[in-house]
Design a protein around this ligand. Structure first.
Ligand SMILES: C=C(O[C@@H]1C=C(C(=O)O)C=C[C@H]1O)C(=O)O
Length: 282
């Protein structure tokens, strides 16, 4: 039986919702983890199929096959990948920026944006940035923080409603939005991959289930938004708006965004040059 990874954030509700409800069968067992944990489990061969940070694919493309037609993407603002800053990003040179330990893609994207858009070089430090960590944010001195997932959505929402976070971090940059202004392209935060050595018929079966579940999810956003509101404490309306800004497909514009991101990471020497290799479509 395949071991299939999933992220606990609400951004995965539209893909796993029908599987969770038993509406779409999955021939495999689900293992839940934050993105960097799933990346490591895939790198170590402990999972067969998983959603991973887009950068994890590029880091070791020979190990994986991409699952076609599936990704976590946004064409502009994403709302859940945010730099919360006490000063304008261009003034963060030499200052401490804490980046989420949960993320690989967004950390790489943030570094590219500092080099090319904000043109300065902060000191990056890894830190915890999940919902349970939020109360301890001020314990570590910093000028800005990269937060992803449910914690980012929640803090962004609180800041938009003028709460304490708006005062603490007057400068809030949505990395999906900044990427779009810089390149004109959508951004692919996460992809689904199978180990190349996974039996093809089993990987195809998992892919078919994920696609069927995603198709169900996209037609049941009201139901999923209610569940997401319970999970995060963010209103149902904001969760619905969040889902409407995410796109779970991997069509030509998304692939253009993905390859542009990888091209820039290769130029910066952060990942080896490579190609996109896909599992045959289910
Ligand atoms: C949009 C998001 O996409 C994600 C970002 C990831 C990363 O930065 O490595 C990995 C998986 C996704 O959860 C998010 O988490 O908010």
């Amino acid at each position: 039986m395949l071991r299939v990874g999933r992220i606990p954030y609400i951004n995965c509700f539209p893909v796993y919702g029908a599987i969770d409800r038993g509406i779409v069968p999955l021939d495999g067992s689900l293992i839940t983890g934050i993105p960097t944990v799933l990346n490591r489990l895939m790198a170590d061969g402990e999972l067969d199929v998983s959603v991973v940070s887009a950068v994890e694919y590029a880091r070791d493309a020979k190990r994986y096959l991409l699952l076609p037609e599936l990704g976590i993407t946004s064409d502009g603002p994403v709302r859940s990948v945010m730099l919360f800053s006490k000063r304008p990003p261009a003034e963060l040179g030499g200052r401490k920026v804490i980046v989420s330990r949960s993320s690989m893609t967004s950390v790489a994207l943030l570094e590219l944006l500092f080099e090319n858009v904000w043109r300065c070089r902060p000191e990056f430090v890894l830190g915890d940035a999940e919902l349970v960590d939020v109360e301890r944010f001020e314990d570590e001195p910093h000028e800005a923080r990269l937060v992803i997932g449910d914690a980012a959505l929640k803090l962004f929402d609180q800041a938009n409603r003028g709460g304490a976070w708006a005062v603490r971090y007057p400068f809030r940059e949505d990395l999906g939005g900044v990427w779009k202004s810089w390149t004109g392209l959508p951004f692919v935060f996460a992809v689904w991959v199978a180990q190349r050595r996974a039996p093809v018929h089993e990987a195809l079966s998992a892919h078919a289930s994920l696609i069927a579940s995603r198709d169900w999810g996209l037609t049941h956003i009201d139901q999923l938004s209610a569940q997401a509101a319970l999970a995060t404490g963010v209103s149902r309306e904001v969760c619905a708006e969040y889902f409407s800004g995410l796109d779970y497909r991997l069509s030509y514009p998304h692939l253009a965004g993905l390859t542009e991101f990888f091209r820039r990471l290769v130029l910066a020497g952060r990942v080896p040059d490579g190609t996109l290799a896909f599992l045959p479509a289910a």
